[in-house]
Design a protein around this ligand. Structure first.
Ligand code: MN
Length: 281
């Protein structure tokens, strides 16, 4: 069985997004073909509400899915489908923007460090204009798979006979939160056709068999080809997101919150937004 090596490591950059939210953009500034079908990964984490309270007021999305995973804290949201509520610690919001959704995402002041992720997954050409869909996933509904030295929250996808609650996602991605014990060494089977990304957010460890490149919190390793992922946690253990999905290999036209296949489709989307005809039914 061929073990994957590390192709490259993304360090991320601090950016200011929305109405003035300071966050670390781990993916989304480089070549999207490298991480296809994943477009963007933001890691927010701050103990100072001034870094995040401005939030992300009303804005559109089209052509993608956005997945918000709150580790700690709460984000109030509302959208053009009529959904509103709070995404709290341990919860996931899985939003399929499809043909178009307009929403706002406003973090609440939190005592302690507010932290979490937002991932953007591309939709294939034939599903870009699909009907928008929204799912709230409670912390309790996320099952765990376990193996020697690790436990894994299965949010989307199947692993070890455990199925995640985010069902019927068109590209059938994996979205797992893996917690490895101190010093644990184990191998995870991965689908050979997938792009595989690992983003460490607690502790540190290795994903290359030769243990040449230590991956630290906030770093994301883009893995090369193979059927297995060798994981090796440091003495403090580690926790990481494991993201996997089959590449779409389609042209990408991307501006801000909208990702289509052609410039013309992008232009149409922004024109429709301006004219008030953006939302389809
Ligand atoms: Mn958004």
């Amino acid at each position: 069985m061929k073990t994957r090596n590390i192709k490259t490591v993304a360090e991320g950059n601090w950016v200011v997004e929305g109405a003035g939210v300071k966050l670390k953009r781990i993916l989304g500034l480089g070549d999207p073909a490298l991480t296809d079908p994943f477009l963007l990964l933001d890691n927010f984490g701050s103990a100072d509400p001034a870094d995040y309270m401005a939030g992300f007021p009303w804005h559109p999305h089209r052509g993608i899915e956005t997945v918000t995973y709150m580790l700690e804290g709460a984000v109030a949201h509302g959208d053009s489908l009529g959904n509103s509520g709070l995404i709290k610690s341990g919860q996931v919001q899985w939003m399929t923007a499809g043909s178009g959704i307009v929403h706002q995402e406003m973090p609440k002041a939190y005592e302690g460090t507010m932290r979490g992720f937002q991932l953007w997954i591309n939709l294939p050409k034939k599903h870009k204009m699909t009907r928008p869909r929204y799912r709230d996933i409670s912390a309790e509904s996320i099952p765990e798979a376990a193996g020697p030295g690790y436990k894994m929250k299965v949010i989307c996808g199947d692993y070890g006979g455990v199925s995640g609650p985010a069902q019927d996602i068109v590209i059938q991605p994996w979205f797992f939160d893996v917690k490895a014990d101190a010093g644990a060494e184990f191998t995870l089977d991965v689908r050979p056709e997938d792009t595989v990304l690992v983003c460490v957010f607690e502790g540190k460890g290795y994903f290359d068999k030769d243990k040449e490149r230590l991956i630290e919190p906030g770093q994301l390793a883009v893995m090369g080809e193979g059927e297995a992922l060798a994981c090796s946690a440091s003495g403090e253990g580690m926790r990481f997101l494991l993201l996997a999905g089959r590449p779409l290999k389609e042209p990408i036209a991307w501006r801000g919150p909208i990702v289509m296949n052609t410039e013309h489709e992008l232009k149409t989307a922004f024109e429709e937004y301006r004219k008030g005809t953006f939302l389809k039914k």
